[in-house]
Unconditional design. Structure first.
Length: 344
Protein backbone atom coordinates (compact mmCIF):
# COMPACT_ATOMS: atom_id res chain seq x y z
CA UNK A 1 0.00 0.00 0.00
CA UNK A 2 2.79 2.45 0.88
CA UNK A 3 4.40 1.91 -2.54
CA UNK A 4 1.32 3.26 -4.34
CA UNK A 5 1.41 6.43 -2.24
CA UNK A 6 5.16 7.03 -2.56
CA UNK A 7 7.09 5.94 -5.64
CA UNK A 8 3.89 4.95 -7.45
CA UNK A 9 2.58 8.47 -6.89
CA UNK A 10 5.87 10.00 -8.05
CA UNK A 11 5.89 7.95 -11.26
CA UNK A 12 2.44 9.30 -12.05
CA UNK A 13 2.88 12.97 -11.13
CA UNK A 14 6.64 13.63 -11.50
CA UNK A 15 7.73 11.01 -14.07
CA UNK A 16 10.66 12.89 -15.63
CA UNK A 17 12.08 14.42 -12.46
CA UNK A 18 15.28 12.92 -11.07
CA UNK A 19 14.41 10.35 -8.44
CA UNK A 20 17.73 8.84 -7.41
CA UNK A 21 21.35 9.94 -7.88
CA UNK A 22 24.57 8.26 -6.75
CA UNK A 23 27.97 7.23 -8.11
CA UNK A 24 27.49 9.33 -11.24
CA UNK A 25 24.22 7.65 -12.27
CA UNK A 26 20.74 9.18 -12.27
CA UNK A 27 17.26 7.82 -12.81
CA UNK A 28 13.91 9.50 -13.19
CA UNK A 29 10.84 8.47 -11.22
CA UNK A 30 9.50 6.76 -14.35
CA UNK A 31 12.74 4.78 -14.79
CA UNK A 32 12.99 3.93 -11.11
CA UNK A 33 9.38 2.73 -10.98
CA UNK A 34 10.02 0.45 -13.96
CA UNK A 35 13.22 -0.95 -12.46
CA UNK A 36 11.60 -1.63 -9.08
CA UNK A 37 8.84 -3.54 -10.88
CA UNK A 38 11.48 -5.73 -12.54
CA UNK A 39 13.23 -6.30 -9.19
CA UNK A 40 9.88 -7.33 -7.70
CA UNK A 41 9.44 -9.78 -10.59
CA UNK A 42 12.96 -11.17 -10.01
CA UNK A 43 12.23 -11.74 -6.32
CA UNK A 44 9.00 -13.46 -7.30
CA UNK A 45 10.99 -15.81 -9.56
CA UNK A 46 13.10 -16.69 -6.53
CA UNK A 47 9.95 -17.71 -4.69
CA UNK A 48 9.30 -14.63 -2.55
CA UNK A 49 5.69 -13.81 -1.82
CA UNK A 50 3.68 -11.59 0.52
CA UNK A 51 4.55 -12.28 4.15
CA UNK A 52 8.03 -13.67 3.47
CA UNK A 53 11.02 -11.93 5.07
CA UNK A 54 14.08 -10.72 3.20
CA UNK A 55 17.14 -9.63 5.22
CA UNK A 56 19.21 -6.77 3.78
CA UNK A 57 22.83 -6.25 4.83
CA UNK A 58 23.95 -3.42 2.58
CA UNK A 59 25.60 0.01 2.79
CA UNK A 60 23.61 3.13 1.92
CA UNK A 61 23.29 2.83 -1.84
CA UNK A 62 20.61 2.98 -4.56
CA UNK A 63 20.33 -0.83 -4.65
CA UNK A 64 19.26 -0.80 -1.01
CA UNK A 65 16.46 1.69 -1.67
CA UNK A 66 15.30 -0.20 -4.76
CA UNK A 67 15.15 -3.49 -2.86
CA UNK A 68 13.08 -1.97 -0.04
CA UNK A 69 10.69 -0.58 -2.67
CA UNK A 70 10.45 -4.02 -4.30
CA UNK A 71 9.61 -5.56 -0.92
CA UNK A 72 6.90 -2.92 -0.43
CA UNK A 73 5.59 -3.71 -3.93
CA UNK A 74 5.26 -7.43 -3.17
CA UNK A 75 4.24 -7.33 0.49
CA UNK A 76 7.55 -8.96 1.43
CA UNK A 77 8.87 -7.86 4.83
CA UNK A 78 12.29 -6.22 4.62
CA UNK A 79 14.63 -6.91 7.55
CA UNK A 80 17.24 -4.10 7.42
CA UNK A 81 20.36 -5.15 9.32
CA UNK A 82 22.68 -2.82 11.20
CA UNK A 83 25.95 -2.89 9.25
CA UNK A 84 27.93 -2.34 12.46
CA UNK A 85 26.79 -5.58 14.08
CA UNK A 86 29.11 -8.54 14.64
CA UNK A 87 28.49 -11.91 13.03
CA UNK A 88 27.24 -13.25 16.38
CA UNK A 89 24.75 -10.39 16.70
CA UNK A 90 23.49 -10.83 13.14
CA UNK A 91 23.10 -14.57 13.72
CA UNK A 92 21.00 -13.75 16.79
CA UNK A 93 18.68 -11.61 14.70
CA UNK A 94 18.43 -14.34 12.07
CA UNK A 95 17.44 -16.83 14.76
CA UNK A 96 14.65 -14.50 15.85
CA UNK A 97 13.48 -13.16 12.47
CA UNK A 98 13.87 -16.39 10.45
CA UNK A 99 14.20 -14.62 7.08
CA UNK A 100 13.61 -16.61 3.90
CA UNK A 101 16.56 -14.96 2.21
CA UNK A 102 19.46 -12.52 2.51
CA UNK A 103 20.90 -9.96 0.13
CA UNK A 104 24.26 -8.66 1.31
CA UNK A 105 27.40 -6.80 0.25
CA UNK A 106 30.76 -8.58 0.21
CA UNK A 107 32.41 -5.84 2.30
CA UNK A 108 30.16 -6.52 5.30
CA UNK A 109 30.18 -9.36 7.89
CA UNK A 110 29.11 -12.78 6.62
CA UNK A 111 26.46 -14.37 8.85
CA UNK A 112 26.95 -18.04 9.69
CA UNK A 113 23.21 -18.62 10.16
CA UNK A 114 21.73 -20.50 7.21
CA UNK A 115 19.00 -19.12 4.97
CA UNK A 116 17.31 -20.83 2.04
CA UNK A 117 18.48 -18.20 -0.47
CA UNK A 118 21.34 -15.71 -0.43
CA UNK A 119 22.76 -13.22 -2.91
CA UNK A 120 25.98 -11.17 -2.72
CA UNK A 121 24.71 -8.22 -4.69
CA UNK A 122 28.02 -6.60 -5.68
CA UNK A 123 29.25 -9.93 -7.07
CA UNK A 124 26.08 -11.37 -8.56
CA UNK A 125 23.43 -8.78 -9.49
CA UNK A 126 19.79 -9.80 -9.65
CA UNK A 127 18.51 -10.78 -13.07
CA UNK A 128 15.90 -8.08 -13.64
CA UNK A 129 15.02 -8.89 -17.24
CA UNK A 130 11.32 -9.70 -16.97
CA UNK A 131 8.14 -8.85 -18.83
CA UNK A 132 5.86 -10.44 -16.23
CA UNK A 133 5.52 -7.89 -13.44
CA UNK A 134 2.98 -8.37 -10.61
CA UNK A 135 0.70 -5.59 -9.44
CA UNK A 136 1.76 -3.75 -6.25
CA UNK A 137 -0.13 -4.88 -3.16
CA UNK A 138 -2.54 -2.52 -1.40
CA UNK A 139 -2.79 -3.65 2.21
CA UNK A 140 -2.28 -1.01 4.93
CA UNK A 141 -1.84 -3.75 7.55
CA UNK A 142 0.91 -5.61 5.69
CA UNK A 143 4.26 -5.59 7.50
CA UNK A 144 6.70 -3.47 5.52
CA UNK A 145 9.78 -3.97 7.68
CA UNK A 146 11.07 -5.74 10.75
CA UNK A 147 13.43 -3.18 12.28
CA UNK A 148 15.56 -4.29 15.21
CA UNK A 149 16.14 -2.00 18.18
CA UNK A 150 19.66 -1.21 19.36
CA UNK A 151 19.37 -3.51 22.37
CA UNK A 152 20.38 -0.81 24.86
CA UNK A 153 18.53 -2.44 27.76
CA UNK A 154 18.58 -6.05 26.56
CA UNK A 155 18.59 -8.09 23.39
CA UNK A 156 17.52 -6.28 20.20
CA UNK A 157 13.79 -6.60 19.58
CA UNK A 158 12.22 -6.89 16.14
CA UNK A 159 9.64 -4.14 15.61
CA UNK A 160 6.93 -4.72 13.01
CA UNK A 161 6.50 -1.59 10.88
CA UNK A 162 3.30 -1.74 8.84
CA UNK A 163 2.60 0.05 5.58
CA UNK A 164 0.08 2.30 7.34
CA UNK A 165 2.70 3.22 10.01
CA UNK A 166 5.10 4.52 7.37
CA UNK A 167 2.33 6.44 5.61
CA UNK A 168 1.64 8.23 8.91
CA UNK A 169 5.37 8.92 9.22
CA UNK A 170 5.25 10.47 5.74
CA UNK A 171 2.54 12.86 6.95
CA UNK A 172 4.57 13.68 10.07
CA UNK A 173 7.73 14.19 8.03
CA UNK A 174 5.99 16.71 5.81
CA UNK A 175 4.87 18.67 8.86
CA UNK A 176 8.24 18.86 10.62
CA UNK A 177 10.54 18.64 7.63
CA UNK A 178 8.65 19.73 4.50
CA UNK A 179 9.92 18.18 1.29
CA UNK A 180 8.84 19.26 -2.18
CA UNK A 181 9.16 18.83 -5.92
CA UNK A 182 12.75 19.53 -6.93
CA UNK A 183 14.20 19.18 -3.43
CA UNK A 184 17.13 16.80 -2.82
CA UNK A 185 17.35 14.57 0.26
CA UNK A 186 20.70 13.08 1.25
CA UNK A 187 20.71 9.71 3.05
CA UNK A 188 23.78 10.37 5.21
CA UNK A 189 22.47 8.55 8.28
CA UNK A 190 22.11 4.76 8.01
CA UNK A 191 19.02 3.71 6.05
CA UNK A 192 18.54 0.73 8.38
CA UNK A 193 17.74 3.13 11.26
CA UNK A 194 14.18 4.29 11.93
CA UNK A 195 15.39 7.93 11.83
CA UNK A 196 16.16 7.68 8.11
CA UNK A 197 14.09 4.72 6.90
CA UNK A 198 10.77 6.63 6.42
CA UNK A 199 12.45 9.20 4.16
CA UNK A 200 12.73 6.56 1.45
CA UNK A 201 8.96 6.83 1.13
CA UNK A 202 8.46 10.50 2.03
CA UNK A 203 10.89 11.76 -0.62
CA UNK A 204 9.17 10.33 -3.72
CA UNK A 205 5.71 11.13 -2.36
CA UNK A 206 6.57 14.82 -2.74
CA UNK A 207 8.74 14.62 -5.85
CA UNK A 208 12.06 14.86 -3.99
CA UNK A 209 15.27 13.36 -5.38
CA UNK A 210 17.27 11.02 -3.14
CA UNK A 211 21.06 10.83 -2.91
CA UNK A 212 23.09 8.29 -0.96
CA UNK A 213 26.59 8.07 0.49
CA UNK A 214 27.84 4.66 1.67
CA UNK A 215 29.41 5.97 4.86
CA UNK A 216 29.49 9.38 6.57
CA UNK A 217 32.55 11.58 6.76
CA UNK A 218 32.53 15.40 6.81
CA UNK A 219 34.40 15.57 3.51
CA UNK A 220 32.17 13.06 1.72
CA UNK A 221 29.08 14.78 3.11
CA UNK A 222 30.21 18.25 1.99
CA UNK A 223 31.31 17.05 -1.44
CA UNK A 224 27.90 15.45 -1.99
CA UNK A 225 25.93 18.46 -0.77
CA UNK A 226 27.91 20.72 -3.11
CA UNK A 227 27.78 18.41 -6.15
CA UNK A 228 24.13 17.34 -5.86
CA UNK A 229 22.77 20.64 -4.50
CA UNK A 230 21.32 18.85 -1.48
CA UNK A 231 18.51 20.67 0.33
CA UNK A 232 17.51 18.22 3.12
CA UNK A 233 19.30 15.69 5.31
CA UNK A 234 19.09 13.95 8.68
CA UNK A 235 22.13 13.48 10.93
CA UNK A 236 22.80 12.28 14.44
CA UNK A 237 24.53 14.74 16.82
CA UNK A 238 27.86 12.88 16.56
CA UNK A 239 27.87 13.51 12.80
CA UNK A 240 26.94 17.17 13.29
CA UNK A 241 29.78 17.56 15.80
CA UNK A 242 32.26 16.10 13.30
CA UNK A 243 30.86 18.28 10.52
CA UNK A 244 30.95 21.58 12.43
CA UNK A 245 34.53 20.96 13.61
CA UNK A 246 35.89 19.98 10.21
CA UNK A 247 38.74 22.32 9.16
CA UNK A 248 37.77 21.73 5.51
CA UNK A 249 34.20 22.99 5.87
CA UNK A 250 34.83 26.42 4.37
CA UNK A 251 36.11 24.87 1.14
CA UNK A 252 32.60 23.77 0.15
CA UNK A 253 29.48 25.52 -1.04
CA UNK A 254 26.72 24.31 1.28
CA UNK A 255 24.30 27.14 0.56
CA UNK A 256 21.66 24.84 -0.97
CA UNK A 257 21.22 22.99 2.35
CA UNK A 258 17.99 24.34 3.85
CA UNK A 259 16.76 21.72 6.34
CA UNK A 260 18.79 19.67 8.81
CA UNK A 261 16.97 17.15 10.96
CA UNK A 262 18.70 15.61 13.93
CA UNK A 263 17.91 12.96 16.53
CA UNK A 264 18.96 9.58 17.86
CA UNK A 265 20.53 11.12 20.96
CA UNK A 266 20.40 14.46 22.82
CA UNK A 267 22.24 17.38 21.24
CA UNK A 268 24.07 19.72 23.60
CA UNK A 269 23.03 23.41 23.44
CA UNK A 270 26.67 24.30 22.70
CA UNK A 271 26.52 22.15 19.55
CA UNK A 272 23.23 23.77 18.51
CA UNK A 273 24.90 27.20 18.80
CA UNK A 274 27.94 26.07 16.81
CA UNK A 275 25.69 24.64 14.09
CA UNK A 276 23.89 27.98 13.88
CA UNK A 277 27.23 29.74 13.43
CA UNK A 278 28.57 27.36 10.80
CA UNK A 279 25.29 26.87 8.89
CA UNK A 280 23.37 30.10 9.55
CA UNK A 281 20.78 29.63 6.80
CA UNK A 282 19.87 26.06 7.67
CA UNK A 283 16.59 25.36 9.48
CA UNK A 284 17.00 22.87 12.31
CA UNK A 285 14.41 20.38 13.48
CA UNK A 286 14.97 17.98 16.34
CA UNK A 287 12.96 14.79 15.97
CA UNK A 288 12.33 12.33 18.78
CA UNK A 289 10.89 8.88 18.31
CA UNK A 290 11.32 5.16 18.81
CA UNK A 291 11.78 2.16 16.56
CA UNK A 292 8.54 0.91 18.12
CA UNK A 293 6.61 4.12 17.44
CA UNK A 294 8.23 6.12 14.66
CA UNK A 295 8.21 9.92 14.94
CA UNK A 296 6.64 11.18 18.16
CA UNK A 297 7.73 14.77 18.76
CA UNK A 298 9.64 17.55 17.06
CA UNK A 299 11.30 20.85 17.95
CA UNK A 300 10.92 23.20 14.99
CA UNK A 301 13.51 25.74 13.95
CA UNK A 302 11.76 28.74 15.49
CA UNK A 303 11.34 26.80 18.74
CA UNK A 304 15.12 26.48 19.20
CA UNK A 305 15.10 29.14 21.93
CA UNK A 306 17.41 29.06 24.95
CA UNK A 307 14.72 27.72 27.27
CA UNK A 308 13.82 24.85 24.92
CA UNK A 309 17.15 23.59 23.57
CA UNK A 310 17.04 20.54 25.84
CA UNK A 311 13.40 19.83 24.95
CA UNK A 312 12.35 17.21 22.41
CA UNK A 313 9.49 19.45 21.27
CA UNK A 314 5.79 18.88 20.81
CA UNK A 315 3.94 15.76 19.66
CA UNK A 316 3.20 15.15 16.01
CA UNK A 317 -0.39 15.62 14.90
CA UNK A 318 -2.28 12.41 15.65
CA UNK A 319 0.11 11.46 18.48
CA UNK A 320 -0.70 11.77 22.18
CA UNK A 321 2.32 11.78 24.52
CA UNK A 322 2.18 11.81 28.31
CA UNK A 323 4.57 11.35 31.23
CA UNK A 324 3.07 9.14 33.95
CA UNK A 325 3.96 7.73 37.37
CA UNK A 326 4.07 3.97 38.19
CA UNK A 327 0.28 3.95 38.65
CA UNK A 328 -0.33 5.45 35.19
CA UNK A 329 -1.30 8.88 36.51
CA UNK A 330 0.04 11.87 34.58
CA UNK A 331 2.73 13.73 36.54
CA UNK A 332 3.05 17.48 36.98
CA UNK A 333 5.35 19.53 34.77
CA UNK A 334 8.95 19.15 35.91
CA UNK A 335 8.46 15.78 37.56
CA UNK A 336 10.10 12.54 36.42
CA UNK A 337 8.03 9.69 35.03
CA UNK A 338 7.66 7.19 32.21
CA UNK A 339 6.86 8.37 28.70
CA UNK A 340 3.79 6.76 27.13
CA UNK A 341 2.52 7.43 23.63
CA UNK A 342 -0.49 6.48 21.53
CA UNK A 343 -1.84 7.40 18.13
CA UNK A 344 -1.39 6.63 14.45
Amino acid sequence: MIYVHSLGRAARYFPERTALAASGTRSTFRELHARVGRIAAALTKHGFKAGDRLALLLPNEPDYIQLVYACAWLGVTAVPLNTRLSVKEIDGIFSDANPRGLIRHSSLPVPTAQVSWQLVLDQEPLDVQSDSIPDPIYDPHAILALIYTSGTTGRPKGVEIRHANILENVYHTNFWFPLGEGAVHLHAAPIFHIADFPFMFAAPAFGTCQVTIPMFSPERFCETVQRERVTHTVLVPTMINMLTQSPELQKYDLTTLRHLGYGGSPMAPELVHRTRQVLPKVKLVQVYGLSEAGFLTGLKDDEHTEDKLTSCGRPCMGIDVRVVDPTGKEVETGQTGELVARGA
